[in-house]
Write a protein that binds this ligand. Sequence first.
Ligand SMILES: CC(C)(COP(=O)(O)OP(=O)(O)OC[C@H]1O[C@@H](n2cnc3c(N)ncnc32)[C@H](O)[C@@H]1OP(=O)(O)O)[C@@H](O)C(=O)NCCC(=O)NCCS
Length: 183
Amino acid sequence: MSDYDYFKSERLVYRPFQLDDLQAYVAMCNEGSRRRWFYFQEPACLTEEFWVKEFEQIRAVWSRKVHLLEERAGCGLAVTLKETGDLIGFVALTKFHGPDEELKDVEIGYHIGEAYQGHGYGTEAAKAAVEWGIAHLLQRGAEPKIVGKAEHENVPSRRVLEKAGFRYAHAEQYVSVYELLAT
Ligand SMILES: CC(C)(COP(=O)(O)OP(=O)(O)OC[C@H]1O[C@@H](n2cnc3c(N)ncnc32)[C@H](O)[C@@H]1OP(=O)(O)O)[C@@H](O)C(=O)NCCC(=O)NCCS
């Protein structure tokens, strides 16, 4: 692990995934509240084999000086409780979906396990990621803009975006698109 400054917030600690997170995180990925909105994912994306590789990519990203606009693996971190160290979810900023698909804007993504939902952790993690991401973009002279997308009916996710300071921008076929542009 590098000495890079991860995002920080009041009740949560953000860190790269470790191998001993694997069982707990894969179990969270298989919960109904996540599968409902990630219905398009291949079954292979819900396995330990898949997440071992993802964890490696995430650790590789954070082991060097991160450049959000160039990281093809996405800048994701495990979300853990400061008090107990429990793994509760995942938060990420990404400019690429896979090695070839560059997105127009940096996008935020997040997931909180069912046992921990409803305590404001999703909102807290999104706020921390956005604050870090905007500062990061400004330092690099890039447009300080982050986009969030949630399925129209995914009210919890839309509320996370609204409470983290995003404003509704427009609707696409399946998703509502929100933007946060720092002034
Ligand atoms: C979206 C998600 C991260 C929210 O996490 P969370 O920690 O529960 O979020 P918060 O506690 O900050 O609450 C945000 C909103 O979620 C909703 N919510 C929270 N707990 C809920 C519950 N038990 N039942 C229904 N809605 C709930 C509320 O609308 C809340 O907004 P409000 O406070 O204005 O009422 C979480 O539900 C999740 O991981 N869902 C599955 C993955 C997903 O959809 N990711 C986003 C893809 S775009």
